[in-house]
Write a protein that binds this ligand. Sequence first.
Ligand SMILES: *[C@@H]1O[C@H](CO)[C@@H](O)[C@H](O)[C@H]1NC(C)=O
Ligand SMILES: *[C@@H]1O[C@H](CO)[C@@H](O)[C@H](O)[C@H]1NC(C)=O
Ligand SMILES: *[C@@H]1O[C@H](CO)[C@@H](O)[C@H](O)[C@H]1NC(C)=O
Ligand SMILES: *[C@@H]1O[C@H](CO)[C@@H](O)[C@H](O)[C@H]1NC(C)=O
Ligand SMILES: *[C@@H]1O[C@H](CO)[C@@H](O)[C@H](O)[C@H]1NC(C)=O
Length: 359
Amino acid sequence: MLFCTLWVLFYILGFYTVSGASCGCSSLVIPVHVDVLVPKDPTEEFAGLKSNASSLRRVDDTYDIFGVFCRPDTVSLGASVVQLLVHGFTYTNQYWSPPVEEFRNYSYAAFSCERGFPSLAVDWLGVGLSTRPKNSSDVQFPTASAALSQVALHLKTAPIVPGVPPFKKVIGIGHSAGSNLLNFNAIVDGPRSIFDGLILTGSLSSPPGTAPSLSVTPARDDTPLRWGNLDPGYVTLSNRSLFYPADTTAFSPRMIEFDGFTKDVGTVGIASQTPIITLTTQYTGPVVKIVGSEDQLFCAVDRCVNITAMTASERVGWPAARSFEVVVEQGNGHDMNLDFAAQGPFNTFVSFVNQFSGF
Ligand SMILES: *[C@@H]1O[C@H](CO)[C@@H](O)[C@H](O)[C@H]1NC(C)=O
Ligand SMILES: *[C@@H]1O[C@H](CO)[C@@H](O)[C@H](O)[C@H]1NC(C)=O
Ligand SMILES: *[C@@H]1O[C@H](CO)[C@@H](O)[C@H](O)[C@H]1NC(C)=O
Ligand SMILES: *[C@@H]1O[C@H](CO)[C@@H](O)[C@H](O)[C@H]1NC(C)=O
Ligand SMILES: *[C@@H]1O[C@H](CO)[C@@H](O)[C@H](O)[C@H]1NC(C)=O
């Protein structure tokens, strides 16, 4: 009970994280219709893209996608552009505005809003306050990714809140597996993609080699009080230390506590289908990949030192991209937004949003 109360408290506080003098935020729900083919076996690593018809099944359903929308109070240059913020595995929209340390420093939603850019931070399908399908095998790359592109379509075609006209451009900003969902969408939609630019953080396609792997636990075993009734294909991560730099002075101990309280679920499907990011996409918009130099998942054994070599190998999957860059943020871990040095990546994200918006 105490645990649930704390969780709700953190959640509610989250809504106010970025409501400073110059920004206003509201939570909302967007209904989306998804009609896609998924592998019958959710552990199929290429999410059905390499499967024959007999090993696929159709998911045709309508889901509610929860999000927190923030916008500057004054009309600005960025008013016709919106950022769609997509959290990583076992996180929620709160990754983009964690209410830690008196709400300063860690909110990219607030940081970018203060610089004139609205954002919508969503919860994935199956996660947080979005619809959680009873059967976890409905939450795979094709469904979760299609839900995101439907949200982006909504942002371009309808007022997200009364009085806000539809946006002309949507820039997708992902973290970790959230970047992979945007990547999957770029593979499926290619030049027809609804996204006008992609900022993919905490995700590299080349095999991590000696990097340690994360071990998932059925969520119902991890936290029976909260997740006891979920099917075992809904999973979570108990130990989150690999998401932070090995140097524990680089982040706040309170952030780790917050992370533990607010962690959420993912599915076996999403956890298994990461290899899709090694496939080629014909996406034509501008793309940047951003990783932290201290990312224990991707940058072990000096892998993120030679940026020329990294750019060459990451670029292979994006032959049609209008521009392609790789940026390494010095000192940041995998969850680059949650370190003391979060402002470094935040400045980088905003400068790419400016560039991709044509400002
Ligand atoms: C389709 O794929 C399944 C699983 O990979 C395989 O067992 C089956 O033989 C394939 N069927 C055809 C017609 O290729
Ligand atoms: C906020 O960031 C500044 C500059 O990066 C840093 O000096 C300060 O310690 C941080 N404050 C908190 C409470 O994390
Ligand atoms: C989930 O759906 C799949 C595909 O329809 C089915 O094979 C599986 O038995 C279902 N699992 C549960 C727990 O209902
Ligand atoms: C979490 O994992 C790290 C290594 O990945 C380990 O050093 C640490 O002791 C683990 N923490 C707990 C509480 O098990
Ligand atoms: C970085 O990688 C490039 C391309 O693989 C290579 O030509 C260059 O020598 C490398 N630079 C260093 C300092 O290792």
